[in-house]
Design a protein around this ligand. Structure first.
Ligand SMILES: Cc1cc2nc3c(=O)[nH]c(=O)nc-3n(C[C@H](O)[C@H](O)[C@H](O)COP(=O)(O)OP(=O)(O)OC[C@H]3O[C@@H](n4cnc5c(N)ncnc54)[C@H](O)[C@@H]3O)c2cc1C
Length: 587
């Protein structure tokens, strides 16, 4: 529907949205190509008290950002959108400058701009094969001949999986069907002096905007009702599919049509003159995958765009800055393609895409948990033992105990903007660890073993900190060429030249890609083994931690023989473990 908005619930992506809008505002002047950009503003409608809480929460996340966002009263909502039935409206979240743009003209304008500044565009030309060369460059085969490329960027929309398959990758993406409908002229709309702002009725789960003298609205059906295009995942996109649309299905969106008619009563008088049903590519968390891909040299992606129109300008800039400067201009780890891995199977992606589409307008709580597709194959050895005894959180495919139940606790996941059901239990566990001892399952950590003749040299190059001595551990930062922190890892030298690197669950392949790139560039002779799935991690923390562990071994664990930031091999209850004396809890 061409919608553009400054709003994003995340902190970092607001920057991407803002860059796109500012670029689109000057695109026509810069390229001579009209883009049909309308900026009447947009209002997200709250019709429940929880939604008002969510808006207040969102206001706290927007204050530092230069773009405008206001929490407005029902009176102000009515003033901005006079055709609204105000019965249920409690508040609005208003973003001036939001609106909609013509996607086709925008694409043409971006292409014209690229040409103007020296890019060579061949269109349409189909990439038929990708060959990687031993020096890391690529041969891109097309019917017009072969192109030599230093690096390639897969930007093939819902064909992205097909391109990935050419080099043996299974990008975890799936197309979903999305529909919007356009009405005939509505006299009350025609009579308006200024264009109506876009509204998003979150409880009704649809967006609605003015389209000429009528209205356009697009719903997000529930996860049960929405439709996936699964055959494209198994068989690829049918040859020749281009600008075609899917068959529309108004029955599937009937409840949203009714909700829209209640909220905007003039809709009742209007005829539907057009229904558009098209494919949108969904990743499991509905964020795109942007950046270099782990495991394949010089293969980059900008794929999985569920909201590609608002993301295009900002993501293009982010990607080109990264390519030109050799490091990302700012942290956007939430769109790192390497947040997924072997565990993101097709079944998982499909279940998650259903959930993400259906949850498009649900209330977004802090510390949100979503449950579709869980558990994946990534469960720690303790999962079966603990699953009924605690509330599990999801980290990079892993199930990790977040807090444990005690009699009298309200179990399960009950989020809130006020007090959650885990507030008191987490306080209790905090006290337990601060005053006594606790065991924390940290198996989701990313773990790599590094060894080989150049391992010390490599680590010295990778990290700002010194390389830890044999039997020692430190916290080290991988820095970008400009000195920004790219990642923070725990580094232990277990044997001379043999290291264990531990990183956060969300950065496993993100960090591994960076390390592998440095290895290739520097020609270091090392072996790197990703042992994330093979090794469990338990953290024993608190003043009694030593006493608990000492009961399980005859080896001396006293402070003088096992000092802070030392590492060694131990047998605990006759089980061989790598033990690191470190704290992730501040104790
Ligand atoms: C009904 C509907 C409403 C939508 N509304 C909005 C909205 O309001 N706001 C919003 O932000 N987004 C919206 N979207 C989503 C948005 O349209 C997409 O996210 C966006 O178009 C994706 O852009 P893309 O460049 O990633 O992919 P595409 O636009 O699909 O481009 C992929 C390109 O790759 C090319 N290609 C494919 N295979 C090959 C090959 N082998 N060789 C060479 N080239 C190839 C294709 O020809 C195509 O040009 C909507 C989508 C639909 C269907």
């Amino acid at each position: 529907a061409g919608l553009t908005t400054y709003f994003h619930p995340g902190i970092n992506l607001k920057k991407i949205h803002a860059y796109s809008i500012k670029l689109y505002e000057r695109l026509e002047e810069e390229t001579g190509q009209p883009v049909g950009f309308h900026q009447p503003g947009s209002i997200r409608i709250a019709s429940t008290p929880t939604r008002v809480d969510e808006f207040k929460y969102q206001m706290t996340r927007a204050g530092w950002h230069p773009t405008e966002q206001y929490l407005i009263t029902p009176e102000k909502v009515q003033e901005l959108f006079p055709l609204l039935n105000m019965d249920k409206v409690l508040a609005g979240l208003y973003n001036p400058g939001d609106g909609h743009i013509d996607p086709y003209s925008l694409t043409m304008a971006l292409a014209a701009g690229a040409r103007k500044y020296g890019a060579q565009l061949n269109y349409p030309v189909q990439v038929t094969k990708l060959n990687s060369r031993s020096d890391g460059t690529w041969e891109v085969e097309t019917p017009l001949g072969t192109i030599q490329a230093k690096r390639i960027v897969n930007t093939a929309g819902f064909w992205a999986r097909d391109i990935g398959k050419m080099i043996g990758l299974q990008h975890p993406l799936i197309p979903v069907h999305h529909q919007y409908v356009v009405t005939s002229t509505i006299p009350e709309v025609k009579a308006l002096k200024t264009e109506l702002p876009v509204i998003r009725d979150l409880e009704g789960s649809y967006y609605l905007r003015q389209e000429r003298d009528g209205l356009l609205f697009g719903p997000y059906e529930s996860e049960e009702k929405m439709k996936l295009q699964e055959s494209w995942v198994t068989n690829g996109v049918p040859p020749g599919f281009g600008k075609e649309l899917f068959e529309s299905d108004l029955d599937r969106i009937m409840e949203h049509i009714e909700a829209a008619m209640e909220m905007v009563p003039v809709l009742r008088k209007a005829d539907i003159v057009n229904t558009i049903a098209g494919p949108i590519t969904y990743s499991s968390d509905i964020l795109p995958m942007v950046g270099p891909h782990q495991g394949v040299r010089n293969y980059w992606v900008a794929i999985g765009f569920g909201y590609g129109i608002i993301h295009a300008g900002g993501m293009g800039k982010y990607l080109s800055d990264w390519i030109l400067e050799g490091e990302p201009p700012f942290d956007l780890i939430e769109v790192d393609p390497n947040r997924y891995g072997k565990w993101t199977t097709t079944e998982y992606t499909a279940a998650k895409a259903r959930e993400s589409y259906g949850f498009n307008n649900i209330v977004g709580y802090p510390k949100e948990e979503r449950f579709a597709g869980r558990p994946t194959e990534r469960t720690s050895g303790l999962y079966d033992l603990l699953k009924s005894k605690c509330s599990m959180g999801f980290h990079a495919g892993w199930e990790q105990p977040h807090w444990f139940y005690k009699p009298g606790d309200e179990t399960g996941y009950k989020p809130s903007f006020r007090r959650t059901n885990w507030f008191d239990p987490v306080g209790r566990e905090y006290k337990q660890v601060m005053e006594k001892v606790g065991v924390i399952d940290l198996s989701p950590f990313g773990k790599f073993k590094v060894k080989g003749p150049d391992s010390v040299k490599l680590l010295d190059h990778l990290f700002a900190n010194v390389v830890p001595k044999v039997g020692s551990t430190n916290i080290s930062h991988m820095l970008t060429p400009r000195g920004k922190v790219y990642a923070e890892l725990t580094v232990s030298q277990l044997y001379p030249g043999e290291f264990m690197l531990v990183t956060g669950s969300g950065s496993e392949l993100h960090d591994l890609r960076w390390i592998e790139e440095q290895v290739t560039r520097g020609g270091y002779k090392v072996e790197i083994e990703n042992v994330t799935d093979e090794m469990g991690v338990l953290s024993v923390a608190g003043p009694y931690a030593r006493q608990v562990l000492q009961k399980l071994t005859n080896e001396d664990l006293s402070d003088s023989s096992f000092k802070f930031l030392q590492c060694r091999h131990l047998k605990l209850s006759n089980i061989a473990v790598t033990a690191i004396r470190i704290s992730y809890t501040g104790k």
